[in-house]
Design a protein around this ligand. Structure first.
Ligand SMILES: [Zn+2]
Length: 70
């Protein structure tokens, strides 16, 4: 099958696998939750940078698209 469909973490350049906690960065690509620093500047909410005092969003659980078709 096509192995190019892996999402690659923009921080560590490793694939984001099914079940990994991650953030979808709309500008650059996915990012492991574990690869995010504590700074709010690292995070977005609905494509907008967080405002001062905003809580850091919860990470999502990655599901590969391929699984939807099997
Ligand atoms: Zn990573």
């Amino acid at each position: 099958m096509d192995e190019d469909e892996f999402a690659i973490c923009i921080a560590c350049q490793c694939p984001v696998k099914d079940g990994d906690l991650y953030y979808e960065d709309v500008t650059e690509g996915p990012l492991h939750a574990a690869c995010c620093g504590p700074e709010p500047e690292s995070y977005h909410r609905n494509g907008e940078p967080l405002k001062p005092g905003d809580p850091i969003p919860e990470p999502e659980i990655y599901r590969s698209l391929r699984r939807l078709h099997s």
